[in-house]
Design a protein around this ligand. Structure first.
Ligand SMILES: [Zn+2]
Length: 173
């Protein structure tokens, strides 16, 4: 891989950190592969699709890297009420807390808010003939699910997440 230009790195970090750059890690070493920046103090993870395909199970690869959706009511966390934090299974980013999990009746794990908004990125998704908001992990760009506006008050947000993309780390919320 080519070495990333310094200004590209800086813009990237500022984007992820909402403009609140400034940490001074050894960029030159970390970026020599052109494959990492910073999200919430942890290194951003970038791999090629073939690299992901080699390390992820096929069902996870299909959802996380190809934007697929698991069948409703099939995911392991639909009915899960354990306390803990849900991390991105691809990269370990801290995404959701059991405290914000609620039963949406949709067949997918649903959350009213992420742990920190900076760890989730959104983008328009016009596939399947509908305008939806896609949710991705800010650290590794994995597809997670979609954002809907039919969640509980006061925010009314529903982060609809594929179970296969997250992993519960049991413990406190
Ligand atoms: Zn991730």
């Amino acid at each position: 891989m080519e070495q990333a230009e310094p200004h590209v790195i800086r813009e990237d970090i500022e984007r992820w950190c909402g403009g609140n750059l400034i940490r001074e890690p050894p960029f030159n070493q970390e970026f020599e592969g052109g494959d990492e920046s910073q999200v919430q103090g942890s290194a951003r993870v970038k791999k090629s699709e073939s690299e992901w395909q080699n390390i992820l199970p096929q069902d996870l690869f299909h959802v996380a890297r190809e934007g697929g959706t698991e069948e409703p009511w099939t995911g392991c966390y639909v009915h899960c009420h354990e306390n803990g934090r849900y991390h991105c299974v691809c990269c370990g980013a801290d995404l959701f807390s059991s405290g914000e999990k609620f039963d949406s009746g949709t067949g997918w794990p649903s959350f009213s808010a992420p742990v920190v908004e900076e760890n989730i990125t959104t983008r328009p998704d016009t596939s399947q003939g509908a305008i939806r908001t896609e949710l991705r992990c800010a650290r590794c760009d994995a597809h997670l699910g979609h954002l809907f506006l039919d969640g509980p008050p006061p925010g009314r947000l529903r982060y609809c997440i594929n179970s296969v993309c997250i992993t519960l780390v049991p413990g406190s919320r």
